[in-house]
Write a protein that binds this ligand. Structure first.
Ligand code: ZN
Length: 235
């Protein structure tokens, strides 16, 4: 029988993770689970007083949604529970390779993730791809980032996107994002270093293979590097 496999994609700010996730899922027929989208979907279906019980503690969905809408992180246990349920559902439906995008983001999340990931996967069936760009490049790409007016598709500044005037996917006009002020980007870069890099270290300490991929260069250059890693992994 074919084994379920899991690829976890983690990218530093400005690494172009979104574009790489799209390409990888399409090229390798993977089911992409985007942590933020899973939470959003859960909140959309939520009834007024719905409560989730996790390890004897109750979590109000409304309260988690409020945190999420106001830009705070949902509680780690709640996020872990949401991801776990989705992965279990996918695993039950039969063979599939999952691309998990944007989780875990902190050491605590990584610890929680390991406790349920290893009930679904063998360590050797999990690959972490860590997309990296330098701080200077992250700053440069993000300060010039644009989003499309229709779907908020994010267009980072790369040689091949520089001259775009409309969204390559839906043709709507492009505008600058207010959250991309240099001060805020620097904060996101610092938070990634302080919070998410230890999460990657934790996964690595648990015998999970972590591939460091250079995110500098064009989207296709980076994608060839990503592809090499997943193909070496047997996908
Ligand atoms: Zn668009």
């Amino acid at each position: 029988m074919k084994q379920n496999k899991l690829v976890i994609l983690i990218g530093s700010p400005g690494s172009g993770k979104g574009a790489q996730a799209l390409l990888l899922a399409e090229k390798k027929k993977m089911d992409r689970l985007e942590a933020s989208k899973l939470l959003e979907k859960k909140f959309l279906k939520t009834g007024e007083d719905e409560v989730v019980e996790i390890d004897g503690k109750e979590y109000s969905l409304k309260e988690q949604e409020r945190r999420w809408r106001e830009g705070f992180l949902c509680e780690d246990e709640f996020v872990a529970h949401t991801i776990k349920k989705s992965l279990e559902k996918e695993a039950k439906e039969g063979f599939s390779t999952i691309l998990l995008d944007g989780y875990p983001r902190s050491e605590k999340q990584a610890t929680l993730a390991m406790s349920f990931l290893l009930s679904i996967y063998k360590p050797s069936d999990i690959l972490v791809i860590y997309l990296k760009v330098s701080k200077e490049e992250a700053l440069r790409r993000n300060t010039r980032r644009r989003v499309c007016s229709l779907m908020r598709h994010s267009i980072i500044d790369l040689p091949e996107t520089k001259n775009l005037t409309v969204c390559p996917i839906d043709g709507s006009s492009l505008e600058k994002r207010t959250m991309d002020e240099p001060k805020k980007i620097k904060l996101r870069i610092r938070k990634f270093k302080e919070k998410t890099v230890p999460a990657i270290d934790h996964l690595s300490s648990q015998k999970i293979k972590v591939s460091h991929v250079d995110g500098m260069g064009s989207i296709s250059d980076v994608f060839f590097r990503v592809l090499k890693e997943v193909e070496d992994f047997g996908l």
